[in-house]
Structure formats: structure tokens, C-alpha cells
Design a protein around this ligand. Structure first.
Ligand SMILES: Cc1cc2nc3c(=O)[nH]c(=O)nc-3n(C[C@H](O)[C@H](O)[C@H](O)COP(=O)(O)OP(=O)(O)OC[C@H]3O[C@@H](n4cnc5c(N)ncnc54)[C@H](O)[C@@H]3O)c2cc1C
Ligand SMILES: *[C@@H]1O[C@H](CO)[C@@H](O)[C@H](O)[C@H]1NC(C)=O
Ligand SMILES: *[C@@H]1O[C@H](CO)[C@@H](O)[C@H](O)[C@H]1NC(C)=O
Ligand SMILES: *[C@@H]1O[C@H](CO)[C@@H](O)[C@H](O)[C@H]1NC(C)=O
Ligand SMILES: *[C@@H]1O[C@H](CO)[C@@H](O)[C@H](O)[C@H]1NC(C)=O
Ligand SMILES: *[C@@H]1O[C@H](CO)[C@@H](O)[C@H](O)[C@H]1NC(C)=O
Ligand SMILES: *[C@@H]1O[C@H](CO)[C@@H](O)[C@H](O)[C@H]1NC(C)=O
Ligand SMILES: *[C@@H]1O[C@H](CO)[C@@H](O)[C@H](O)[C@H]1NC(C)=O
Length: 655
């Protein structure tokens, strides 16, 4: 079978049979090359140029790019296994959720004070590919103004993280497959200008593909939004504009002459499988416990234990780095590893009995996630049967038979999509035109008072002044964001069913924290979301919920379906009633944890600079979702790939 790198990709889908034949014969003629190696601890080399901690979305991207140079040795250390599980690959049946919990880090979290002290399990991937192996494969990106905020908050030197700087890395980070005519036929509402916003580089094998099916109700959801004043329909999902758009999934959805997979496309398939790189080693089932830092404060290696060696005196092994250590363990684990290595808030490290290498108060602060809220509606007169998502969820045998037939004939029908591929991303200026200015003023007022800002943070008035200054800068940016028609606060995915899916709050103000447990430093990190600890979050959510209610109950487009609100129901009207309901119904994580090793100036509580180098140490960078100091208003995986591609160029010194 042809290596993935030579299989015809989306833009070549129209290749003639002759080209396909030539490709496959030339593949047969290739000599057998020595592949990159999956190694055990006994196979480690004495030293590597680069050690990458964490083989997830970011880590494998960086490893692939650095090992393109045959003279550069790269080691990835990953706590999970190398898996080719059907549960990861076969995602076309969107009813199947993971039952194999060994693929996850399952993390307890602190009682969430503003959510009635409920503790929620947090989870991320624990497998080669990281969370990209287990995620919902939604592949949108944030808006221009959201990336420009990174550059603005960073200040001078951070320009490259703005939209203009990021666009080339969006193009490099994923490979957009060209939608087939069948895909275009089911989505006649949208134009596309792909080459301006998307790339199709041969070396990029993380594919984004398109479904050939939508449930018929999607049409109504699009039409209802089209009637809302101010809602835009950007020319492309990659345009960096808020509005209603159609976007791809992270999967390889092109099958030509029976070749192709329709499987999940993720960091492992894109940045590990099929590479012939004797200089690229992958060590799995190995948990990094510490980054080694020499007397000159240079990161010089990593210490790790076996994944299942959880004794109090584990058998620790070490490996050396000649050039750099790249920390890519994700938002929950990267701050934990820095703290265990002596990089973090001095007071915390002292309490834990860890020697302080760098007093860096921001490590573990500034932690955020999107939240979601489940407003539900029912239609008394919805007649679009039988092609309803309900029939899929209810496993209606007639529906399943029909869906299986379409899939078998043509890779089309409901199994050609996952969750949804159309949705609305809206700013507050559209949802709350009479209210957004007062919401923004409240946030401005918070930002202006250091005492108020400190009161919003986990350590209150004891917070390090640099962390307070950073949060003030962030709140200032958020106040401008509330006034900005191109910053997203609300996202709704269009399932095409009764509109009873959750809405996501995309730019929360509140900040949480992640720290090691001072009485058991080697135990799991202590994660505190502190959801809605900034009270203005409630006001913003209520504005969003009221907008959503009005849209669903009053849109003339839905009228014939006789909509009814089933959750929370119309007896919830006042602010107090909404707050009570929101506390009960909020999901604190949309599984987009970010910010715990923020890219900010050091005087603003930052952990890494604009080249993602950790302050106060040489030879150490953080490259993963934890560096995103401000969230982007949508699912973040495409952004993480782009950040990692840019980081690889920074490490190589080519930008
Ligand atoms: C269930 C779920 C659904 C999601 N859905 C979507 C979606 O639909 N669309 C989207 O855009 N985004 C989605 N996301 C988010 C997206 O997948 C992540 O933001 C992205 O993968 C983060 O990349 P990362 O490199 O920062 O971390 P990860 O991809 O999580 O990689 C971190 C890696 O580090 C490893 N690691 C951790 N600690 C150690 C250690 N001590 N030693 C060695 N290795 C370690 C982990 O095992 C993991 O493999 C989802 C996430 C989850 C969990
Ligand atoms: C697609 O997934 C299936 C099921 O896990 C697997 O057998 C197959 O090898 C995968 N295809 C590719 C090209 O990876
Ligand atoms: C949550 O816990 C805190 C600390 O134990 C307590 O002060 C607070 O009253 C609790 N809140 C609720 C709603 O139970
Ligand atoms: C395959 O899909 C195309 C485009 O949707 C359609 O025209 C054709 O009839 C389908 N073929 C089969 C066998 O279902
Ligand atoms: C180690 O982990 C295994 C499985 O993960 C568990 O069964 C065992 O009790 C753990 N041992 C200790 C000492 O925590
Ligand atoms: C939302 O609420 C409805 C009704 O209570 C429930 O059936 C559904 O599973 C919930 N959905 C989510 C995503 O929580
Ligand atoms: C910290 O570790 C101790 C000892 O294992 C444990 O009892 C405690 O619950 C942990 N604290 C948190 C917040 O997880
Ligand atoms: C119910 O739906 C049907 C079909 O869409 C429509 O003709 C009818 O007018 C609707 N009923 C009401 C009361 O709107």
C-alpha cells in the first residue's frame, strides 16, 4: 500500500486514472527506507538535539518539522501509547463515544465555587496524537481580531502572532481537501475562496475534509440567522470573520478508486505515520517528571518514569538535550512539569519543597476554557422525517438501514459527517446591541482598579503584581472585544435537528489556575476552573441566552414548527432566575483548556516570550495550547497546529 504522503490528496482528487497508476508504480519502485523509530527506554541515544515533551497536536507538529533536517535528532516523549484503535480512527458514526478510557488523562478538578461547588472531570488525550486523537474534529479557526489581540497584549515584538503573521501558518498547519460536487450541492449557501485562506502543501498531511450530507433542518437554522440584523455570512470559514459559515472536519474525506480512509486525520497520521526519518525517535508510555536544568540555568534534558510505575519511588530515567527542550504536554500538564522543575511561583515551590530555579509567578495562572450552556427547544410540528438526527440518536432501524446504504454506495449520507459542519459565531454587538456598551464599561471599570483586578484572581490581594497587571491588560482587551463586531462570544452548531443543542460561551472573562499539589507534588495537578468568578460573565451569558431564546421562539422561519422552550422554560425571566439556572446547567469546559503558560511580557505575569521561550532559562520553550493568553472564539485545534508550525520556524531560526 502506498505511503500516505504519496496518496492522492484532495486537490489532486481529479487526477486521471493514468496519474494514479503512475503514482502507485513509482511507489513500488522506491527502495525500502529505514523508518522513524518507536523506541523503548533501552534504545535511547546518549543525547538528542531536541527533546519534545508530549506527543500531542503541538508536540508532533514540531517534531515532524524539526526532523525534516536529517542532521537534527529529535525525541518525543509521550505518556500514552501508540494506538491505531478503531475508536480513534472510525469516527463516521457520531453516536460512538470512547469507551477505552486508557486513551485519556482523567483529571479531578476543584469544586467550582460559582457552579454550586460541583467538581467536574477534566479529560485530555493520553495517547500519541494527544487530544487531537480524541477530539470532536471540528476544524474552524478564530477571527482576525482575536489573533490581533495576542499581538496587542504582547506589545512590541509580538506582531507575528497577529492575523497577518498567523495566516501563512494556518495554510501550512492543515491541508484543505477540495470539497466534492456532492459536498457543494448540500451547501449551496456559501461561497469559498480557499487559496486565500487555506493551504494544500504536500508536506502537510493533517487533512480537513467535507461531508456530503446535512440534515434538512440546517437550512432553517441558516435562514433564521440570515434574518437577524448584523449577522454576516463571511466568504469562507478561514476568512477570520464572525458570522455564519460552513467549515471542514479533521478527517481524510477523499476516497478515489477505493483509496483513502475517511478516518480521523490528526497529529499521529499527519506528523508520524509514513515518515522515513532515522533521526526521529518516539518513546511512549513514559511520563516526564522533570526538566533538568544545569548550573547555568539551561534546560539540558528530561527525567521520566514508566507510565504504570506509580510507586512512591519510581524508577526514573534521564535523557539529554543538546539544543533545546520543547514542552508540549498541554494546558493541564505543562505548568505542572514547569513547577516540578523549579519554574513557578516561589511561594508554591517553597511549600512543595522544590528548589526554585526561576521565580515565575505566572506559571499555572491565567487558565481559561470555553463553557457551554444547554438551552433546549422542542418543536410540536416538525415534519422533516425520516432524515432526522433524532432518528439517528434513537437508532431508528429504517434510518440506520438508509444511512448504511448511502455510505456503502458512495461514502455519502449521515455517516459522511460528524456532529455538525455549519454554525453561527456571533459578537455581542449583534446579540445585545443595546447592552454591549454597558457590559464593556463594567469590564473597563474592573480593569482600571488593580485592587478589583486582584480580587478577581485566585490569590486575591496576595497576587503577584505582575499577574495582576497581566489580568488587567487582559480585561482591557476583553472590554474592547465586547465592543468589537469581529470577536465571538456565542457559538451554536447547526445539527439540522430541533435546535436543542448547547451554545458555547467563547470569550469568558474569568481566570482559573493549575498548580502542583504542595502536599503531594508528584500527584495529579490541582485544577481550579473558577468558572464565572468574574460576575460580568453572568451578565454576558444572560444577554446571550436571551438572544438565543428570542431567535428560537420568535423567528418567523421556525414559526410553522411551533417551537417551545423546554430548558430552562419561560418561567425563567429575571437576572436572579437566570443566574440560578446558569449555575446549575453550565458545563465548565468545552475541552479547550488554554492559557496556563501564557505568552505575555514578563512584567505582565507571562511565562513565555514572543518566541515561546520560558523566561529566566535557556533552551526551553513551551509550544502547546497553554501559551494562548487569550482564547480564540471557537474550537482551538487548528490554532494549536498553526502555533506549532510557527514555533517550529522560530526554533529553526528561519523567521
Ligand atoms: C474530548 C475533546 C474534544 C475536543 N474537540 C475539539 C474539536 O472538535 N475541535 C477542536 O479544534 N479542538 C477540540 N479539542 C481541543 C484540541 O484537541 C486541543 O486543544 C489540542 O489537541 C491541544 O493540543 P496540545 O498540543 O496543547 O495538547 P494535546 O494534544 O492534549 O497533547 C498533549 C500531550 O502531552 C502528553 N503528556 C501530558 N503530560 C505528559 C508527561 N508528563 N509526559 C509525557 N507526555 C505528557 C499527553 O498525553 C498528550 O499526548 C477537543 C479536546 C478534547 C479533549
Ligand atoms: C482506518 O481505520 C481503520 C480502522 O481502525 C484501520 O483498519 C485502517 O488502517 C485505517 N486506515 C488508514 C489509512 O489509516
Ligand atoms: C461552596 O464551598 C465554599 C467553601 O467550602 C462555601 O463557602 C460555599 O458556601 C459553598 N457554596 C455553595 C453554593 O454551597
Ligand atoms: C453517488 O453520489 C452522487 C453525488 O451525490 C450521486 O449523483 C450518485 O447517484 C451516487 N451514486 C450512488 C450509487 O448512490
Ligand atoms: C498503580 O496504578 C495501577 C493501575 O493504574 C493501580 O491498579 C495501582 O493500585 C496503582 N498503585 C499505586 C501504588 O498507586
Ligand atoms: C440538553 O438537555 C436535554 C434536555 O434535558 C438533554 O436531553 C440533552 O442530552 C442535553 N444535551 C447536552 C449536550 O447536555
Ligand atoms: C493533595 O494530596 C494529598 C495527599 O495525597 C491529598 O490528600 C489531597 O486531597 C490532595 N489535594 C488536592 C486538592 O487534590
Ligand atoms: C405544521 O407543519 C406543516 C408542514 O410543514 C404546515 O403545513 C402546517 O402549517 C404547520 N402547522 C402549523 C399550525 O403551523
Amino acid at each position: 500500500m502506498a505511503p500516505r504522503s504519496l496518496r492522492p490528496t484532495g486537490h489532486k482528487a481529479a487526477a486521471t486514472a493514468a496519474t494514479l497508476f503512475l503514482l502507485s508504480t513509482s511507489v513500488l519502485a522506491l527502495p525500502q527506507l529505514r523508518a522513524r523509530a518507536l523506541i523503548g527506554p533501552e534504545d535511547l541515544r546518549d543525547a538528542y538535539d531536541y527533546i519534545i515533551i508530549g506527543g500531542g497536536a503541538a508536540g508532533l507538529t514540531v517534531a515532524d518539522r524539526l526532523s525534516e533536517d536529517a542532521d537534527t535528532t529529535v525525541l518525543v516523549i509521550e505518556s500514552g501509547a501508540l494506538s491505531n484503535s478503531d475508536q480513534i480512527n472510525l469516527v463516521r458514526d457520531s453516536l460512538t463515544w470512547f469507551t477505552d478510557l486508557s486513551l485519556f488523562h482523567l483529571l479531578n478538578t476543584q469544586p467550582n465555587r460559582e457552579l454550586n461547588n460541583i467538581s467536574t472531570l477534566a479529560f485530555v488525550g493520553n495517547v500519541v496524537g494527544g487530544s487531537s486523537a480524541v477530539n470532536g474534529m471540528q476544524a474552524p479557526r478564530g477571527t482576525k481580531d482575536e489573533y490581533n489581540r495576542w499581538a496587542e497584549v504582547y506589545g512590541d515584538g509580538g506582531e507575528g502572532w497577529g492575523w497577518e503573521g498567523m495566516l501563512p501558518y494556518f495554510k501550512k498547519g492543515t491541508h484543505r481537501q477540495t470539497p466534492s460536487q456532492a459536498s457543494l450541492d448540500v451547501m449551496p449557501y456559501f461561497k469559498a475562496n480557499p487559496s486565500e485562506y487555506w493551504g494544500q502543501e504536500d508536506s502537510t498531511r493533517v487533512y480537513t475534509g467535507w461531508p456530503t450530507f446535512q440534515f434538512p433542518g440546517v437550512k432553517y437554522q441558516i435562514e433564521a440567522l440570515a434574518q437577524v440584523p448584523g449577522v454576516k455570512f463571511p466568504e469562507d470559514a478561514g476568512a477570520g470573520e464572525a458570522g455564519v459559515y460552513w467549515y471542514p472536519s479533521f478527517w481524510d474525506a477523499v476516497i478515489v478508486d477505493g483509496e483513502g480512509s475517511f478516518n480521523r486525520s490528526y497529529a499521529k497520521t499527519g506528523h508520524w505515520d509514513g515518515l522515513d526519518r532515522p533521526n526521529y525517535d518516539l518513546l511512549t508510555n513514559s511520563v516526564v517528571t522533570k526538566i533538568e536544568i544545569d548550573a547555568g540555568n539551561r534546560a539540558c534534558g528530561a527525567t521520566f518514569r514508566g507510565r504504570y510505575d506509580n510507586s512512591t519511588t519510581p524508577d526514573l530515567k534521564a535523557v539529554k538535550a543538546k539544543k533545546e527542550v520543547v514542552l508540549s504536554a498541554g494546558t493541564y500538564h505543562s505548568p505542572q512539569i514547569l513547577q516540578l522543575s523549579g519554574i513557578g511561583p516561589k511561594k508554591l515551590l517553597d511549600e512543595a519543597g522544590i528548589e526554585v530555579k526561576v521565580d515565575l509567578p505566572g506559571v499555572g495562572q491565567n487558565f481559561h476554557d470555553h463553557t457551554s450552556l444547554n438551552l433546549t427547544y422542542a418543536y410540536k410540528n416538525f415534519t422533516l422525517r425520516p432524515n432526522r438526527r433524532d432518528d439517528m440518536v434513537g437508532q431508528n432501524p429504517e434510518f440506520l438501514e438508509w444511512a448504511d446504504e448511502l455510505w456503502a454506495a458512495n461514502h455519502t449520507g449521515p455517516w459522511s459527517r460528524y456532529l455538525f459542519n455549519v454554525g453561527a459565531w456571533l459578537p455581542l454587538t449583534v446579540m445585545a446591541p443595546d447592552e454591549y456598551e454597558s457590559l464593556a464599561s463594567q469590564v473597563d471599570a474592573q480593569a482600571a482598579s488593580p485592587e478589583t483586578v486582584a480580587s478577581l484572581l485566585p490569590n486575591g490581594q496576595d497576587t503577584d503584581p505582575t499577574v495582576v497587571a497581566g489580568h488587567a491588560a487582559r480585561l482591557q482587551a476583553m472590554a474592547s472585544s465586547i465592543r468589537n463586531p469581529n470577536v465571538i462570544f456565542y457559538q451554536q452548531g447547526f445539527t439540522g435537528d430541533e435546535p436543542n443543542f448547547y451554545i458555547t460561551y467563547e470569550n469568558p472573562l474569568s481566570a482559573g489556575e493549575i498548580n502542583i499539589n504542595t502536599t503531594d507534588p508528584s500527584g495529579p495537578p490541582v485544577i481550579d476552573w473558577r468558572t464565572y468568578s468574574n460576575p460580568v460573565d453572568f451578565d454576558i451569558l444572560i444577554a446571550m441566552a436571551r438572544f438565543h431564546r428570542k431567535l428560537n421562539l420568535e423567528s418567523p422561519v421556525y414559526a410553522e414548527f411551533l417551537p417551545e422552550e423546554t430548558g430552562p422554560g419561560l418561567d425563567v425571566q429575571t437576572k436572579e432566575q437566570w443566574v440560578t439556572w446558569i449555575r446549575k446547567e453550565t458545563q465548565p469546559s468545552a475541552m479547550h483548556p488554554t492559557g496556563s503558560c501564557g505568552m505575555m511580557p514578563r512584567e505582565l505575569g507571562g511565562v513565555v516570550d514572543a518566541e515561546l521561550k520560558v523566561y529566566g532559562v535557556q533552551g526551553l520553550r513551551v509550544v502547546d495550547a497553554s501559551v494562548l493568553n487569550l482564547l480564540v472564539g471557537t474550537n482551538i485545534c487548528q490554532t494549536v497546529y498553526a502555533v506549532a508550525e510557527r514555533a517550529a520556524d522560530l526554533i529553526k531560526g528561519v523567521i
